[in-house]
Design a protein around this ligand. Structure first.
Ligand code: G4P
Length: 279
C-alpha cells in the first residue's frame, strides 16, 4: 500500500522538535495502544536522549486488554515509565501524574543538589498525527489550568500550561513523523485511521483488515455483522455489503461503501477491542 510522509514535513517537524527539546526536562510520548511500535517514531530516542521519558499507550479503551498488558511489560522491561490511557476521560490522569513524577525524580534530585527549589518540571507531549496529543493535553491539564504566558529568556511565543503545581506543559505538542521503513507500518496506521483517507485505497485496506480479523480475532466479524466467517475476504466484504444494504443497481454489492463501513467500525472500536501488533 502506498502511503507517504513528505520529506518537507519531516524536516520541519524535526527542526521544531529540536528547538523545543532545549526548553524541556521531560518528554511524554504518546503511541497508539493498538499498534505501539508502528505508532511511534524511534528517532525520538535520539532527539530526546538526555531527557526524562514517559511512554503512554493511548486509546487503550479500543485495544486488546491482554496485549496492552504485554506491551506495558515490554516497555517497562526496556526501562521506560509507561501506562495505558484513555485520553477521552480524566479517569486515568491521576495515575499518569504519578508516573510523570516518578520519571522526573532524577531531575528534581539534580535541582536539589544545585540548591534549586521548586522549579517546575517542564514537559512536552509528542507523537505522530492523530495519536491523541490534543485530547490528552485537554484531559491532563483540564480547562481550568492556568496559562503561564511567555517567559523571559524562552523562545518568544511559546505558551506553557500548568496542570498542577510542579509541572509545566508546552501547550503545543511535538509532532513526530510516522516512520514507513517497513510497509506494514503504513498499512497498520492506515487501518487505524492515522493516515489521511485520500492517500489510501479503501477497498484494498478493508480486505487487509478482514484478513487480520479472521485470523487473529475469530468470532468478532460474525458478532458484529451476523455473517459467516470465511477465508475468502471478497466474499466477506460482499456479505457485509448485503447485510448493510450496500447494493448497486441490479443487486451487485457496493464494495466501496461496505469497505468504508467496515473501516469506520474498526477504527472506532465498534467491532471489538483489537491490537494489531504483539511485542
Ligand atoms: P492529535 O492531537 O495527536 O493529532 O490527535 P487528537 O487529540 O486530535 O485525537 C485524534 C482522534 O483520536 C480524536 O477523534 C480523538 O477524540 C481521538 N482520541 C484521542 N485519544 C483517544 C483515546 O484515548 N481513546 C479514544 N477512543 N479516542 C481517542 P476524532 O474522531 O478525530 O474527533 P472527535 O471524535 O473527538 O471529535
Amino acid at each position: 500500500m502506498d502511503v507517504q510522509w513528505y520529506p518537507g514535513h519531516m524536516t520541519k517537524a524535526r527542526r521544531m522538535m529540536q528547538e523545543d527539546m532545549k526548553l524541556i526536562d521531560l518528554v511524554i510520548e504518546l503511541t497508539d495502544a493498538r499498534a505501539p511500535l508502528s505508532g511511534r517514531n524511534p528517532d525520538i530516542d535520539e532527539l530526546a536522549k538526555n531527557k526524562s521519558r514517559v511512554i503512554l499507550l493511548n486509546k487503550a479503551d479500543m485495544a486488546d486488554e491482554r496485549l496492552t498488558r504485554c506491551w506495558e511489560d515490554y516497555f517497562r522491561k526496556a526501562g521506560w515509565k509507561t501506562a495505558a490511557v484513555n485520553s477521552r476521560t480524566s479517569a486515568d490522569m491521576k495515575q499518569i501524574w504519578q508516573i510523570i513524577m516518578e520519571a522526573s525524580q532524577e531531575k528534581l534530585e539534580r535541582d536539589r543538589k544545585k540548591g534549586i527549589q521548586n522549579r517546575p518540571v517542564r514537559a512536552m507531549i509528542v507523537g505522530i498525527p492523530n495519536v491523541g496529543k490534543s485530547t490528552f493535553i485537554n484531559s491532563f491539564a483540564g480547562k481550568a489550568s492556568a496559562k503561564t504566558g511567555n517567559k523571559p529568556g524562552v523562545t518568544k511565543g511559546k505558551q506553557w500550561i500548568r496542570p498542577k503545581k510542579g509541572i509545566e506543559l508546552l501547550d503545543t505538542p511535538g509532532i513526530l513523523w510516522p516512520k514507513f521503513d517497513d510497509p506494514q507500518v503504513g498499512t497498520r496506521l492506515a487501518a487505524l485511521g492515522s493516515i489521511r483517507d485520500e492517500i489510501i485505497q479503501t477497498e484494498e485496506l478493508s480486505l487487509w483488515v478482514l484478513d487480520f480479523l479472521v485470523k487473529e480475532y475469530p468470532g468478532m466479524l460474525s458478532g458484529r455483522y451476523q455473517i459467516e466467517e470465511t477465508q475468502d475476504k471478497t466474499l466477506l466484504l460482499a456479505d457485509i455489503a448485503r447485510v448493510r444494504g450496500c447494493l448497486k443497481k441490479g443487486g451487485e454489492p457496493d464494495y466501496e461503501r461496505a469497505a468504508s463501513i467496515l473501516l469506520d467500525d474498526f477504527r472506532n472500536g465498534r467491532i471489538g477491542r483489537i491490537t494489531l501488533e504483539r511485542p
